[in-house]
Design a protein around this ligand. Structure first.
Ligand code: FEO
Length: 406
């Protein structure tokens, strides 16, 4: 007979006396939002804070892992929770809320007005059990207190951070997190965490750079020893992740071209290959993605720093290839700080692919460089035009001081 999980399984970890990680590691999840690949899984972090008079839980977990959270709480003999802090209403942090509230019937759910409204709309909590918190408001748990900081647009309008001043811990919900299932509680392997945090930033936070910079400034003004996000490991060296975010969210771009292309009969591929070599020989770094076989997260991450994006597409059914249009729509949604763009590709008998791609990128503040479009297989003149485009890209990069001279 197979044992039920609650007969033996629980994992809780003490961060500081009376402050515990009680969440769930999702080692197996491989897709988020039906869009974002999770090559390293993820975690849904919940935190329990035991005060001398009251107990609070920060964030529930995804519905699929609520039994893990409940088992963890039972293993600690937690009979009463006074406050459940809902930092954000998205279901990976709130899906388990209904069952959690059944297990702890006297608990009240605290959050921003927007978050509580969403939770009620999602039918995860009833109106009589919610309590709004204002920006800067504190609640006492006894000898320690929680302060709430409204932090909209990282990445929803509802988010709050929670500050445990006595222990100098800042709980930041999605902000500064990573989709990374790992046994380390803290970011010990910083290169690995940096890689996954950058990918996460690109997929989720990048469209909100203005808000991000504002929140970074606010956090820098606080005394913080530990940053505790709701995904991935915690940071006991906050400067590591704050500096990384400051760089990613800055206006600075790098000497990089992201080339995404799709080719049906080989013409656009020949152009892409020639163009890559032309850029490399001019001292420009290239990240090349074949749109028939690529990882959305890697593409998003490559857009964080790149100065230029080039889209390569053939013409099909009188327009751009749908995979190229999809990449353009994705880039438009992610709003990278990319400055320059162009289109390369081929056509047989005409079509509107240039207009379609250009019109799919309204959110980006781009300077478009003249496209290079060949009829069928590229001829010598087309290859020279690609050289001209590579010259132009290199000149643009040189003009803003990002090409290094050796
Ligand atoms: Fe991790 Fe926006 O949810």
């Amino acid at each position: 007979m197979i044992a039920k999980r609650d007969e033996f399984m629980s994992l809780t970890r003490e961060i500081k006396p009376g402050v515990f990680w009680v969440g769930a590691i999702d080692w197996d999840r491989r897709l988020f939002d039906a869009l974002i690949p999770l090559p390293e899984g993820t975690s849904y972090n919940s935190y329990l804070i035991r005060g001398s008079e009251r107990t609070a839980l920060i964030d529930a977990v995804d519905e699929s892992k609520i039994d893990v959270l409940l088992d963890n709480l039972r293993s600690m003999n937690i009979l009463t929770i006074d406050y459940i802090i809902a930092q954000h209403a998205e279901q990976d942090h709130s899906g388990g809320l209904k069952k959690l509230l059944e297990a702890y019937p006297s608990a009240r759910v605290l959050g921003s007005p927007k978050c509580l409204d969403l939770l009620v709309q999602f039918d995860l909590v009833s109106k009589d059990r919610v309590q709004e918190v204002k920006d800067g408001e504190k609640i006492a748990l006894g000898e320690r207190s929680l302060q709430f900081i409204h932090a909209p647009w990282v990445h929803w309008p509802d988010t709050i951070f929670t500050y445990l001043a006595e222990d100098r811990i800042l709980f930041t919900c999605d902000f500064l997190g990573s989709h990374l299932a790992m046994s380390d509680l803290f970011a010990v392997d910083e290169p690995e965490v940096y890689r996954m945090a950058k990918r996460y930033y690109a997929e989720i936070m990048m469209p909100f750079r203005v808000s991000i910079n504002r929140h970074l400034t606010r956090i820098r003004d606080m005394t913080v020893e530990i940053i505790a996000p709701s995904h991935g490991p915690l940071y006991d060296r906050p400067g590591f992740i704050l500096d990384a975010y400051a760089e990613w969210a800055s206006d600075r771009v790098k000497n990089q071209v992201v080339l995404v292309y799709v080719s049906m009969h080989g013409s656009t591929r020949i152009m892409a290959d020639h163009f890559v070599d032309a850029l490399i020989s001019r001292g420009v770094e290239v990240k090349r993605f074949d749109l028939t076989n690529y990882d959305v997260g890697e593409l998003a991450e490559s857009l964080v720093d790149a100065a230029t994006v080039i889209i390569g597409t053939p013409t099909i059914l009188a327009g751009a290839h749908p995979l190229a249009l999809y990449a353009a729509i994705l880039a438009n949604a992610l709003r990278p700080k990319t400055r320059y763009a162009s289109i390369i590709g081929s056509f047989g008998w005409g079509g509107k692919m240039l207009e379609q791609i250009t019109e799919a990128l309204p959110n980006l503040k781009l300077q478009f460089l003249d496209p290079v479009v060949a009829r069928g297989l590229p001829k010598e003149a087309d290859l020279r035009s690609l050289d001209r485009l590579a010259d132009e890209v290199a000149t643009m990069h040189r003009n803003i001081g990002i090409i290094k001279t050796h």
